[in-house]
Design a binder for this molecule. Sequence first.
Ligand code: ADP
Ligand code: MG
Length: 285
Amino acid sequence: MTLTAASSRVDNIRRSLVGLKMPLALEMLDATLRRIEQGQIDGIEALDDLLTEELTLRENRRIKAALRMARLPILKTIAGFDFSFQPSLDRNRIMALAGLDFINRAEVVHLLGPPGTGKSHLATALAVEAVRAGRSVYFIPLADLVAILAKAEREGTLREKIRFLCRASLLVVDEIGYLPVTPGGGNLFFQLVNARYEKGAMILTSNRGFAEWGEVFGDPVVATALLDRLLHHAVVVQIEGSSYRMRQHADLLPENNRATAHINLPPAPRRRGRPPKVQPDQQYG
Ligand code: ADP
Ligand code: MG
């Protein structure tokens, strides 16, 4: 190729990179061409470098925006979770969840355990994995969820709000059981759960056993209906251990606080029509 032909080709590449909105590749172009001229890399390596850098930039931007949309309160990772601190927790089960098949199957993952045992950490870390994999996520504590549903109901926009909350492939509802649910809140939560049932995955975290949900939601009938949906295609992960927050002060805690706080599984939900495929506590052993 003559010098003029080569330079007109390079101009063409520049225009294409502008048209394709590839600013990083455009910025790297001159230096990359110099490296080819100097024999440091060949054409294939040059193409690979430019495209990989641009794709990485794009992916990072996408992940950042999706994490913002997911409204995660804080970023946590699976790698940042110290499994040796929580020996009751099967690392392989969490790693299997991080494979995200539960999202494809629209299942519900329950993370149960006493305060400080890493429920929110794991829920957030799984949410981050989902965002990285390109899935849409929405994270919200139960009290906030009930408040926005109640507000939407007052304003006559409940259907739209529920539709919005059904859009994410994964909905994380954190902190079930810490605060008493406001009157009517259980019913509103049920409408959302029912709308997502068998359509969208959820992760729920709770410090209370299922048997206590009647008390948590202030209504045993609503609690039973909720559990009926939420335990049908479910994975129940129970963490029995001490609080990571209190780990430096374990010697100050009374013995029974440090011991495992057992969370009973409820009786198998009774459902008319077809029987549940699997019982929640049998599914993943
Ligand atoms: P929970 O939601 O069960 O009350 P969190 O997940 O909020 O507890 O954990 C409390 C704090 O301790 C968080 O900062 C979390 O990152 C940290 N943490 C909990 N368990 C672990 C663990 N096994 N390894 C590393 N950090 C942990
Ligand atoms: Mg928590």
